[in-house]
Write a protein that binds this ligand. Structure first.
Ligand SMILES: CC(C)(COP(=O)(O)OP(=O)(O)OC[C@H]1O[C@@H](n2cnc3c(N)ncnc32)[C@H](O)[C@@H]1OP(=O)(O)O)[C@@H](O)C(=O)NCCC(=O)NCCS
Length: 122
């Protein structure tokens, strides 16, 4: 888990676990008053740098809700693509989240794509 504090206030966090040769990200959040100031990008870049160094052959996976457009935009910017797979939320199965993946740091451009073209890309 990485976190950023400002004047002893926690203003953002992101978490990661590594299992079965896959790095999974979650719990990315920035306090509303501190958004659009680069905190989310710093958190994501820091944890991706750690993942690339610690597990360079592992792809990075995360889940996002379709309404989280700001997050999706940031993830796409950092190389994540939607795989086309959606999953029900455990405690509210009518709510679906979608999977996004980023290639491992050691992948090559000739490797098969990890996802599908993202129609929402801007
Ligand atoms: C997603 C979130 C973490 C982004 O944090 P942030 O500190 O505001 O992000 P940054 O300032 O680093 O912005 C990075 C990029 O994200 C995208 N972005 C951030 N906020 C956005 C918004 N309101 N609308 C559109 N794009 C946005 C932009 O591409 C932005 O780059 P730019 O400022 O150069 O245009 C924050 O909005 C948040 O906590 N949202 C609620 C929780 C959430 O959705 N978590 C993700 C779970 S998967």
């Amino acid at each position: 888990m990485l976190a950023v504090e400002s004047e002893v206030k926690l203003v953002g966090h992101i978490g990661s676990i590594w299992k079965d040769d896959l790095t999974s990200l979650g719990a990315m959040w920035v306090e509303p008053a501190y958004r659009r100031a680069g905190v989310g990008r710093r958190l994501l870049d820091a944890i991706l740098a750690w993942a690339d160094e610690a597990h360079p052959t592992s792809a990075v996976r995360l889940g996002v809700f379709p309404t989280q457009e700001a997050a999706m935009r940031l993830y796409r910017e950092r190389g994540f693509v939607a795989t086309g797979k959606v999953f029900p939320l455990e405690h509210a199965p009518s709510v679906l989240w979608q999977e996004m993946l980023r290639r491992s740091a050691r992948s090559s451009p000739e490797d098969p794509p990890v996802g599908q073209p993202d129609r929402g890309e801007t």
